[in-house]
Design a protein around this ligand. Structure first.
Ligand code: SF4
Ligand code: SF4
Length: 294
């Protein structure tokens, strides 16, 4: 008999929220410190020399090609970005895009604005984009990734910076943000009131890169079919609109490893949606239903 818990423990929710706030404040501190030190203001010594670019793993990703072919880094990218990109890559192989779901400050910001949208629209929140538009649009971020990578290789500089809402978020007060970047930030925030994580879903090149690891990550989000009571609470909780209730193992490229669907958070049956290695018990992957979420 499955154990139905009226209130899941939600431990992972609080842990994730704490980690998201920690990284948001850390990145804000580093970016502010950098901008003030460039203006000759005395700043915090323990993060002296740290910069927004130095703590961004995507700079490391777009530098891989130049590093491999010329042995140099793209302008403004630091060795620390490459190290962070390698760490994030190892985490993605193991757990999928945890950087997107647990660390990225822009992802967190969208989520926080999304909670306002959820209060306004209730159950209708995050359901406004028709499937025929939403489905193909989810692949747009791969075009963005290809375009940004190509332009970065050709130009040898961080091509995406002027369009990047992440850069705009932490530099909007410095006067160094391009109009396109500021517009992208405002659009991302406004859209978050209707759609959960719109930038992650449709436009983020780093999210696209991370998303590929969902296809073969070691620890996956698994649903145990034998104890599932088909209540679909997992589907309703998923910010990326993935049909967890029809999956064995979630292989959708959009999963951000947030674990909102898990038995720790949404699923009312203990140990039914879990993060685990190996095959899920019960319904096999690749069944007609299961394929919906693969
Ligand atoms: S499937 Fe689960 S872990 Fe993946 S994005 Fe949806 S809620 Fe988060
Ligand atoms: S796996 Fe999803 S559908 Fe099944 S019991 Fe848990 S929340 Fe309900």
């Amino acid at each position: 008999m499955p154990t139905v818990t009226a209130k899941p423990k939600k431990t992972s929710r609080w842990l994730r929220r704490g980690i998201q706030i920690f990284f948001f404040l850390l990145v804000a501190l580093v970016a502010t410190n950098e901008a003030l030190s460039e203006r000759g203001v005395e700043t915090l010594s323990f993060i002296e020399g740290a910069s927004l670019h130095a703590i961004c793993p995507f700079g490391g990703v777009v530098s891989f090609w130049q590093l491999a072919t010329a042995g140099t880094l793209v302008k403004k990218v630091h060795e620390s970005s490459v190290a962070l990109a390698v760490i994030a890559l190892a985490l993605s192989v193991l757990f999928g895009p945890v950087v997107c779901g647990w660390v990225c400050p822009l992802g967190s910001l969208q989520e926080w604005f999304g909670s306002i949208g959820r209060r306004i629209f209730g159950k209708r929140y995050n359901t406004f984009v028709p499937a025929r538009i939403d489905k193909p649009l989810r692949y747009l971020r791969y075009l963005v990734l290809a375009w940004v990578s190509y332009m970065t290789i050709v130009s040898g500089k961080l091509f995406f910076q002027d369009l990047d809402p992440y850069y705009a978020l932490f530099n909007f007060w410095t006067g160094e943000v391009a109009l396109a970047g500021a517009a992208a930030l405002v659009a991302t925030i406004l859209l978050s009131l209707f759609v959960e994580r719109p930038f992650c879903k449709y436009a983020c090149p780093y999210g696209a890169f991370q998303g590929v690891f969902n296809l073969f990550r070691v620890f996956g989000v698994k649903r145990v079919a034998s104890t599932c009571i088909s209540c679909k609470a997992c589907d309703r909780a998923c910010p990326m609109n993935i049909t967890v209730s029809a999956s064995g193992t979630v292989r959708d490229h959009q999963c951000i490893s947030c674990l909102k669907c898990s038995s720790e958070e949404a699923c009312p049956v203990a140990d039914t949606v879990v993060l685990a290695a190996g095959k899920a018990e019960g319904k096999a992957e690749g069944t007609a239903e299961g394929k919906e979420a693969v």
